[in-house]
Write a protein that binds this ligand. Sequence first.
Ligand code: GDP
Length: 388
Amino acid sequence: MIGFGQAGGKVVDKFLEYDKRTGSEIVRAAAAVNTAKADLMGLEHIAEDQRVLIGQSRVKGHGVGADNELGAEIAEEDIDEVQGAIDSIPVHEVDAFLVVAGLGGGTGSGGAPVLAKHLKRIYTEPVYGLGILPGSDEGGIYTLNAARSFQTFVREVDNLMVFDNDAWRKTGESVQGGYEEINEEIVRRFGILFGAGEIQQGQEVAESVVDSSEIINTLSGGGVSTVGYAEEEVEERSSGGLLSRLRDDSGEDELDSAHTTNRITSLVRKAALGRLTLPCEIEGAERALLVLAGPPEYLNRKGIERGRKWLEEQTGSMEVRGGDYPYRGAGFVATVILLAGVTNVPRIKELQQVAIEAQDNLDEIREESDENLDDLVSDDSDELESLF
Ligand code: GDP
C-alpha cells in the first residue's frame, strides 16, 4: 500500500493500525510519499524509512499547494526515490499494489496516477487505486483537480476503487473530526474486503472462503468500483470451548438456520442499497463480490447463495462471486459488497460539470488579469515613464 499525499498517507496509516488491532495482515508493506514534510511527520504507523519526501529541490518540503500539475511533474522527476522505498519490500509476496490518494489536492492528485503508471510498467502484479473524491463544498479548484486526476488515474490502474467524501461528510462537524470518522469507514470496508482474501492456514476454515484471486478477478477488467457495507450485532459464543460444544450436542442452543439465512439476505440488501463508498446505480455493474464476515456459527452457504442470486438480479451481471470470512471477536456479522465496473454514476458527471465551469472561470480570470493589471499600473494618458 502506498499513500500519496496527505489523505493517502493518513488512510494507509489507518490500515496499518487496523491490521495491528485485528491481526488481519492485509498490508504486506506500506509507504507514504509526499512533497510536504509536515504531513509525513504526522504519520504514526508507517515506518520512518518508508516515508518518502519528494520534490525537495522544487518546493523545499512545503507541499505543492493544490497544484496537481506540479504534483505530477515532481512525481515523475523523483520516481526513483519512490522506487527506492518499494525496492525494500518483497514484491513476490504481495498480491497487488494499492495506491491511495485524495484526488482534490495537489501531491496525491497529480502523483498517484504517475506512480500507478510506473508500477504497471515494472511489475506484473495488479495495480489498484483507491481514490478519494473531495466534498462539493471544497470549491472549484479541488473539483477541477479531482475530475482531471480521476480521468487519468482510472486509465493508469487496473481498477479504481472510489470513496466520495461528499457522500459521507456531516454538516456541523470539524473537518478533522469528520475525516477521522470517514477514514475509519474507509478502513472498515476495505479492511474486511481485503482481509477476506488473507485467511491463513490454521485459521478457522469457512465453508467457502474468499481467495485473493476472487478479489483480483472481480477487479480485473478495469474501470471504477464502489463498496457497500452493512452489519448487525450478534452475540458471540466462545469459540469451540467445551461448554459451547456440549450445548451444541444437546441441540437446545443451536442457532436457527432459517433465521441465520434471513439475516444474511437482509444484510446483503442493506449493503447494496445503502450508502456506497461511491453512490451509483448498481444496475449495470459488470462484476460483484459478496463477502460475509462474522463468527462461523452465523455464516451459512444458503444465505450467501441467496444473496448472490439477489445481487445477480439487481446488477444484471452473471459474474457475482461470494464467500465467507470467519471473523471472531468483533460481535457482529457484516456484509461487504464490491461492485466493479460501475458506469451509471451521476456524481462523476456532476463533478465533471462543476470542473468544466471552474476551468472556464479560471481561464477567463487569467485572460482578464493581464489587462486589468496593465490598467492599474499605467497612468491613464501614459505620461509617466518607468525607471528602466
Ligand atoms: P495533497 O497532500 O496535496 O495530496 O492533498 P490532501 O491529501 O491534503 O487533500 C486532497 C483531498 O483529499 C482534499 O481535498 C480532501 O477532499 C481529501 N482529504 C484530505 N485529508 C483527508 C482525510 O484524512 N480523509 C479523507 N477521506 N479525505 C481527505
